[in-house]
Write a new protein. Structure first.
Lengths: 148, 455
């Protein structure tokens, strides 16, 4: 599937410094491996490219609606004793509903947890857009900013 | 075995003539060598670790001219025609504005030679002009340090602060010995209300013998009381600590411990290796100097590796051999978690660093505030880490000033900390203060004496 980009996606990607070629790569990889989340005709795919994990939110025609990224490295999901909250997303590979859980995330030697979507079967972890662009971006910024 | 690794210019300590200088690497040290045709040769230690000295050049900022300079003429001789001029290679990130040269102490060590010769106490109108010079020459946001002398001897300091804020200065800190602030919390409260953003507070050690050497009297009780008062009125403090092997170099680790205990009132420690300008007790030999690598090794040794040499990076604002900085988050267990490390490499973009430095602090926290909007924390989460970082952080920095022995025009040209003068100029702080062994300055007394008041 060839990725296309909505006007909104282009705008957002410009602001976030993401390249169309990379996001198209994310979509193509997810479509060939079937490793993605899906809900009501919307797909969420991710791929680690270089030092960055990139995400594409796209419809079944391959039109990208939004894209985002984070530099943190995702680790293992963290098991909790609480009854998990079921999300609206389905892990397409396992045909399992993803749960709203938490996972380890590491950046420049610090590992902490943060909320994440987790497939209870394969254990794959996704970070949602709000988190990647808010808390995670702030944490990354804290490190990055201090370099300047 | 010695190797020539750089050439620059310097000053003759006797006559202040501009003379050529060579940087020589020898026994893993870097020396500045210079000869005055009249007064002979000088050789002074400027760095330990030749590879380190060279490697730091990867942190060098992209040269950037100030938008507007006060001195425009042909055949400029640096650093004698300063003000700044078009040869200058960095913007101003901090403007030092002296509101008096009087002081309530008379310390044996004083870069400003306060309480000597004449009284400089500019009028509100003269201070307004100096603020205006800053506004005319520096882009927003403008950061000003009110200095002296001792600024808090002026009862009208709150009005001076208010005037600066009204004129559009973004950030105002007050450089102080804290003596009045320890005794007069109401005055401190007035400064806070007038808009002082933080204090740059001289704090040389944790025992009275240190203050006997730096201030000529016991000061520790006043220093501690001043910090207590700052906590009371919620005024942030940067501790400014002179460092000298002859005075307090063995207290570095304890000072960092003290700072940690006083977070968040104490925001940082600025280590200020003793520079030999103004009033100082001796003509320095190499063993009387703490060069930057000495300081960092002592920090590593005395904190038992909690902070290492590699946690300190040049700010890439001024010359790379002028300063270092680290930033750490105070963790739940009381340990420091450093956010800075040389392994991260130099900043990707060293262009316009002065603007970024001015923006940095206010921006970072606003950014994090927005990032945290509506986020739930909890122990061990990133949200919690950010919350800690917001209030429980400690900045440790250092900028050894240049004196007449080790001054390099190359470093002066890259300087970003400038004293504003009543005659409408901005002059690198070190250059403003440098004096010959006979006490003659190029700028400080020559300028301020013209504006002196009688009495």
């Amino acid at each position: 599937m060839e990725a296309k980009f909505s006007a909104n996606a282009k705008d957002v990607m410009g602001k976030r410094g993401l390249k169309e070629a990379d996001i198209a790569d994310v979509v193509a990889s997810a479509e060939s491996s079937n490793r993605k989340l899906s809900k009501n005709g919307t797909n969420l795919a991710k791929k680690r490219i270089g030092e960055v994990t990139m995400y594409a939110v796209y419809d079944n025609n391959g039109e990208v609606q939004s894209a985002y990224s984070h530099r943190m490295v995702l680790g293992e999901p963290v098991k909790t004793t609480d009854e998990p909250d079921i999300s609206e997303w389905t892990c397409v590979h396992c045909n399992e509903k993803a749960i709203i859980s938490s996972a380890n995330m590491s950046y420049l030697g610090v590992t902490r947890t943060g909320p994440a979507l987790v497939c209870p079967k394969c254990g794959d972890v996704w970070i949602e857009e709000y988190l990647a662009t808010m808390t995670i971006a702030a944490a990354e910024g804290l490190f990055e900013k201090k370099k300047a | 075995m010695s190797e020539l690794i750089g050439e620059t210019e310097s000053l003759c300590p006797e006559c202040l003539k501009v003379i050529p200088a060579k940087k020589i690497a020898e026994n893993d040290n870097v020396y500045l060598e210079k000869t005055c045709p009249e007064h002979g040769s000088y050789k002074v230690l400027i760095w330990r670790g030749v590879a380190d000295y060279k490697n730091l050049s990867s942190y060098a900022p992209v040269p950037s001219k100030p938008g507007k300079v006060a001195v425009k003429k042909e055949d400029i001789v640096c650093p004698l025609d300063c003000g700044l001029c078009e040869e200058h290679r960095q913007h101003t990130c901090l403007v030092v504005l002296e509101v008096t040269n009087d002081c309530n102490l008379k310390c044996p060590i004083c870069f400003a030679s306060a309480n000597e010769r004449y009284h400089f106490n500019p009028t509100m109108d003269e201070i307004r002009k100096m603020y205006q010079t800053a506004i005319d020459h520096v882009d927003d946001p403008i950061c000003v340090q009110l200095s002296g002398g001792e600024p808090t001897i002026r009862d009208d300091l709150p009005e001076i602060v208010r005037m600066g804020k009204e004129m559009g200065i973004s950030f105002i800190e007050v450089n102080t010995n804290g003596y009045r602030l320890a005794n007069d919390i109401e005055y401190l409260r007035k400064l806070k209300e007038a808009g002082v953003d933080s204090l740059y507070f001289s704090f040389d050690g944790l025992t009275d013998d240190v203050y006997m050497k730096t201030c000529g009297r016991n000061m520790l009780d006043f220093k501690l009381k001043a910090i207590e008062n700052c906590r009371e009125v919620d005024m942030g403090v940067t501790l400014v600590t002179i460092v000298s092997p002859d005075i307090n170099q063995d207290q570095i680790g304890d000072l960092i411990k003290f700072a940690k205990k006083n977070i968040p009132t104490v925001k940082g420690i600025h280590f200020q290796p003793l520079s030999y300008f103004g009033r100082f007790p001796i003509i320095p030999k190499d063993e009387n100097r703490t060069v930057l690598p000495d300081l960092l090794k002592e920090i590593e040794r005395q904190t038992k590796g909690e902070l290492t040499v590699d946690n300190f990076i040049p700010t890439s604002c001024t010359n790379v051999h002028c300063d270092v900085k680290s930033m750490s988050v105070l963790m739940e267990d009381g340990s420091l978690f450093p956010l800075t490390h040389r392994a991260m490499g130099p900043p990707k973009d060293t262009c316009c660093i002065a603007t970024k430095t001015r923006q940095e602090i206010s921006d970072l926290w606003r950014y994090i505030d927005e990032g945290m909007d509506g986020q739930e924390g909890g122990e061990g989460t990133w949200a919690d880490f950010i919350q800690r970082a917001r209030t429980n952080y400690l900045t440790i920095s250092s900028m050894p000033f240049q004196d007449v022995w080790n001054v390099e025009t190359e470093r002066l040209k890259g300087c970003c900390i400038h004293t504003v003068t009543p005659d409408g100029r901005l002059i690198p702080f070190c250059l403003f203060n440098i004096n010959s062994v006979h006490g003659k300055t190029l700028y400080r007394h020559e300028i301020l004496e013209k504006y002196a008041t009688k009495g």
